[in-house]
Design a protein around this ligand. Structure first.
Ligand code: CUA
Length: 336
């Protein structure tokens, strides 16, 4: 599996310690139900295919003249046509159609009469090209927003509300659940649950423009204690700069173009059109979870975002000198 992933480097780095992104490896109840239906369809497909090939191959071994194998009567074989061409496909397809509808019925849908289902724990808003994530669970002072990395407690269901700010996107974490559309002005709901703590890679599953393929996503399922610690960390404002580099970098960030679009809570940077950077230093990836969060990629992202992800709203910021760039990245890295 690793060898195949090498082809997709640097996405390899993304899958490094995460569970392989796959519908075959269900890690939650919803994904398990979908996988069960999928296996049933595959097994039925194999059975039908085997019978079909047997019926095609067996006659080729028949010996004798055409007269010997002529239909016994003029209507001969019509029963087979009705059975194989009509009755079996109708039964199989109807069966799977009903099974599919029954499965979908078990997932939460937009139903105004059912407020218990409708109250989301997390609101995910799709953007070209990043994920805005609001934690709505708990009292107003326990709510916060972050981006691109969704943390959930393992072993319990989490209700997501998904929508979009611009074009249609789709939320898809194959190990946990099926796809759901993110449509501007039309919230959809989904309940995900991870059986165990782990990292699950997802991605946008609806073509949404030039960087659709880079619109990746990371779901981090944590034990109850670790999740609580993480939410407390996220509720904190941006980490105060202590080193000389970070202090200088904070000035670069606040006086430059960064703060127009990005937010760092606790500072004057209040931009909301780009990902919240209050705790960027604690995230594993940058560039919509497409590149590792390290010094080299942070510097590359600041100065050459248009090379890493052509068309992204982040401009190439080439006005910084070397020292300013180093300080700025030092500031970002200590925002944990
Ligand atoms: Cu967002 Cu494709």
């Amino acid at each position: 599996m690793m060898r195949r992933s090498v082809l997709f480097s640097p996405l390899l780095l993304l899958s490094g310690c995460a569970t392989e992104q796959s519908i075959w490896n269900a890690q939650g109840p919803a994904a398990s139900r979908i996988a069960t239906l999928m296996w049933a369809i595959i097994i039925m497909f194999l059975i039908v295919t085997l019978i079909m090939w047997a019926l095609l191959i067996i006659p080729t071994f028949r010996r004798g003249s055409l007269e010997e194998h002529a239909p016994v009567d003029i209507g001969g074989g019509q029963g087979w046509v009705a059975l194989g061409g009509l009755l079996i496909p109708l039964t199989v397809l109807t069966g799977f159609f009903v099974a599919g509808l029954t499965l979908m019925e078990r997932f939460p849908i937009h139903d105004p009469s059912n407020t218990a289902v409708l109250r989301p724990d997390i609101l995910v808003i799709g953007h070209q090209w990043w994920w805005e994530v609001h934690y709505l669970d708990g009292q107003p002072d326990q709510r916060f927003a972050t981006a691109n990395e969704i943390h959930i407690p393992a072993g319990r269901p989490v209700t997501l509300e998904v929508e979009s700010q611009d074009v249609n996107h789709a939320f898809w974490v194959p190990n946990l659940h099926g796809k759901i559309d993110m449509i501007p002005g039309h919230p959809n709901f989904m309940r995900i649950e991870a059986n165990h703590p782990g990292k699950y890679v997802g991605q946008c599953a609806e073509y949404c423009g030039e960087q659709h393929a880079h619109m990746r996503l990371l779901v981090v399922a944590q034990s109850a204690g670790a999740y609580r610690a993480w939410t407390q960390q996220m509720l904190e404002p941006g980490h105060a700069s202590t080193t000389p580099e970070a202090i200088a970098g904070e000035q670069v960030f606040l006086s430059g173009a960064c703060s127009i679009c990005h937010m760092v809570r606790g500072t004057v940077a209040g931009g909301t059109v780009a990902p919240d950077l209050t705790h960027i230093g604690s995230r594993m990836y940058i560039g919509t979870d497409s590149f590792p969060n390290n010094k080299a990629y942070l510097e590359a992202w600041v100065t050459h975002a248009q090379s890493l992800e052509p068309g992204v709203l982040m401009p190439d910021l080439t006005d910084f000198n070397g020292v300013q760039l180093r300080d700025l990245v030092a500031y970002l890295q200590q925002l944990k």
